[in-house]
Design a protein around this ligand. Structure first.
Ligand code: FE
Length: 355
């Protein structure tokens, strides 16, 4: 289904006809001046761990198109979840960048099931919680960035290949307290078992080029500097490097190619950034409207063009850069399973010596 802004506006108009919109501006602790308080379409308060420029633009566009004022509180996911659980009565929408966080928020009871056919119709089942407490907004793959100079990608086709001793001292990756790694580990566990996953992790650890540190971009820089041959990274970080204003970062990005692993069997591990409506949302209708907007064709394309993420809505084309990375197979595992295996993944990391 093509969901354009025209349809979005019509849906918005129809839904606002049958609702009492004044309730949307009641009882918020967000800064609100008198003019806003009397505005008939109200506000929506977003707690977001997405700290990207494109999100600001998207919220401004939403404000212009609907008149609904978007109040944003940015912080780390763990901090936001704790804040909402303790005293975040003004929180309408939680946005985070890993399914483990979304599941954690659901377990804490701070999210409510989303009731919107627009939303459930646009997000495939595997990218939603089974009761729609959270939904995916964008997709990101955790892939292998290899040195174009030193690695033949034919020799590196699966996550399992990373344990081959020919890569001893060649793998750069960030630490295991990072949720992207934890979700990758959860997918390894779900696709095998805890013992196999521990063996895999030990094998990868024995091939580290150094103790894990830094972010995903730093791992690519290790490869570009010749201190590693393979980096484990989320796809959009390569987009960020290639589009950086810093030439050294562009050069680092150009030094690597991407393997989307396991393209001949289960497919590449996929994660999401996602959103949920908060349990005590004072502006629930506006929360749903905002999330519907984030799933519109326009916004899905913006995420892809400006932040190098893959659209979660089927039928929306990813940006040219992402298309240039080729087609590949994606792991079919429901993301909820990955979220639920988070503590097991942390235990496997501890048992394997992955710092
Ligand atoms: Fe990230």
């Amino acid at each position: 289904m093509k969901y354009t802004f025209g349809i979005f506006c019509m849906a918005l108009f129809l839904s606002s006809c049958g609702s009492n919109t004044t309730e949307n501006s009641e009882e918020t602790t967000a800064p609100l001046n008198q003019e806003e308080a009397t505005n008939d379409v109200g506000i929506v308060t977003v707690y977001s761990h997405r700290h990207y420029d494109v999100d600001k633009k998207i919220f401004t566009d939403f404000e212009e198109k609907t008149g609904i004022k978007v109040m944003v509180k940015e912080d780390k996911a763990s901090k936001l979840i704790e804040l909402i659980a303790q005293k975040g009565d003004d929180a309408d929408v939680l946005i985070t960048v890993d399914v483990a966080r979304l599941e954690q928020a659901r377990e804490k009871g701070i999210l409510q099931p989303i009731e919107s056919e627009v939303i459930t119709g646009r997000v495939p089942d595997k990218f939603r919680g089974s009761e729609n407490h959270w939904i995916g907004l964008t997709k990101r793959y955790r892939v292998l960035a290899y040195s174009k100079e030193r690695v033949d990608p034919e020799e590196l086709t699966t996550y399992e290949d990373l344990t081959d001793e020919k890569w001893m001292g060649k793998i750069a990756v960030r630490s295991s307290d990072n949720t992207y790694n934890q979700s990758l580990m959860a997918s390894i566990i779900a696709n095998s078992n805890q013992d196999e996953a521990t063996k895999w992790a030990k094998g990868v650890v024995s091939n580290f080029c150094r103790s894990p540190k830094g972010n995903d971009r730093d791992q690519v820089k290790e490869v570009a500097a010749g201190r590693a041959d393979i980096a484990i990274i989320n796809t959009y970080y390569l987009g960020k490097l290639l589009n950086s204003e810093n030439q050294a970062e562009v050069d680092a990005g150009n030094a690597v190619g991407l393997v989307f692993p396991n393209y001949e069997d289960r497919g590449a591990h996929v994660n999401i950034s996602g959103a949920g409506v908060c349990t005590n949302a004072p502006n629930k209708e506006n929360a749903v409207k905002l999330i519907e907007y984030l799933l519109s064709d326009e916004v899905q394309a913006m995420y892809s063009a400006a932040n190098y993420e893959y659209p979660v809505v089927e039928g929306v084309e990813s940006s040219e850069l992402l298309q240039s990375w080729g087609t590949f197979k994606e792991d079919d595992l429901p993301l909820e399973e990955i979220g639920k295996l988070n503590s097991t993944a942390i235990a496997v990391f501890a048992a394997s010596g992955w710092e």
